[in-house]
Design a protein around this ligand. Sequence first.
Ligand SMILES: NC(=O)c1ccc[n+]([C@@H]2O[C@H](COP(=O)([O-])OP(=O)(O)OC[C@H]3O[C@@H](n4cnc5c(N)ncnc54)[C@H](OP(=O)(O)O)[C@@H]3O)[C@@H](O)[C@H]2O)c1
Length: 425
Amino acid sequence: MQYKKRIRLGILGAGTVGQSLIKIIEKEQNRILRNHGISIEISKVGDRSFEKKEILKKYNCTKNLNEVIEDKEIDIIVELIGGIEPARELIIKAIENHKSIVTANKALLANHGKTIFELIKQKQQNNIPITIGFEASVGGALPIIKNLRRMWSFGNIHSLVGILNGTCNFIISKMEEGLEYQEALKLAQEKGFAEADPTFDVSGKDAGQKLAIISSLASGCWIEEKDIIIEGIEKIQKIDHEIAQKWGMVIRLIAISRFYHDQLLLRVHPALISKNHLLADVRNEYNALFVEEEYSGSTFIVGKGAGGFPTASAVLADIVSIASGSKNLWFQEFGSTKLIQDADYRFYLRFQTIDKPGVLAAISRVLADFNISIASMHQEEGEEPVNVVIFTHECKESAISRALEVINQKKEIILAPTIVLRVFH
Ligand SMILES: NC(=O)c1ccc[n+]([C@@H]2O[C@H](COP(=O)([O-])OP(=O)(O)OC[C@H]3O[C@@H](n4cnc5c(N)ncnc54)[C@H](OP(=O)(O)O)[C@@H]3O)[C@@H](O)[C@H]2O)c1
């Protein structure tokens, strides 16, 4: 079959995503040729343990990744090794060698994206027709990046609220069904939804890196991981889900980017959400993003946010788009924005206390000292520690943390650190 364009790929890293990409290319090569007139060839694969990988036997492989980025025949470097180094150094060198880049590496983009994008912009200004595709770095196969770059690129984005980590969402969903945190984590590991060391996911860091990337696109200002206040799901217990359900809510780890005139609120944290919110219906390993934008109104995207094939399909979509001539132009100048450090929320506080008169009075006195007004108070029946749950009216995050510092010191009545969750509205 005739082709309009021949594209030669250099793939760095043939692990979960890399091997899935190779499998899709092998299977769908003819369809891509038929539909797009593009012939995709895998010219070289760089991987440190390529000999052990059956699928790589028929490809030209090397352990020396520099050999791939220096190959003059290669048009697009597909970076799938992950992590910061040597991925950063290799991508920069590949751009200097006038290669377009496709990557799924959120850690790299959330920490060094600015340097990489500015370098590409510089090359484009010197008429070197290269670009970068990174759809797979946020939400796997969910069309988030392409919509931020096109569909939502001209109006004002008011907010992005997402469930951006499938591991956390799976654990939370199973806790909602009655498992304790450790049981839910174990199940996630057995099903391949959590790593042996789950810290990166359960700490909220993974969702934070993704939020940094999409917030940069939405705001036109470069946002890095360090700009985001991040809290994970490790401290939540089954009882918090039970209480949430009693109050018509569910708990989700949400990533929020909300624009207030010239200020930006960036947070990743578990939150109580009304059962009626669309995000409450996102369960198990699913990811989702809820976008509010000036012209398109509210949009909700949901789907599988990770896994070999979903992620590789997003990588391949970027390859086809670049091969079809898209230059994916960048926001031309990076602006700066003021980050909101201390936001107003309603809070859920679960105190774990002794069972004696005077406890509620002692807690409410400290809350009053910090100007925190109580919306409702409820004591769960049971053995010590007794769960005393308070929903506050809106108050500053800083007021809550200062009040809890004082309350948690009251060892004579408080038996374990207080669980704090924001109420999402
Ligand atoms: N997996 C997902 O569901 C998913 C979803 C979205 C985004 N991503 C992103 O996609 C990227 C790849 O993820 P993955 O899950 O495919 O990772 P992976 O399974 O660990 O694959 C990485 C591959 O690169 C090789 N490699 C790593 N460092 C290398 C080095 N310095 N030199 C040579 N080879 C090296 C590894 O070799 P060994 O086999 O010897 O370790 C492995 O084959 C990451 O940036 C990740 O964040 C993944």
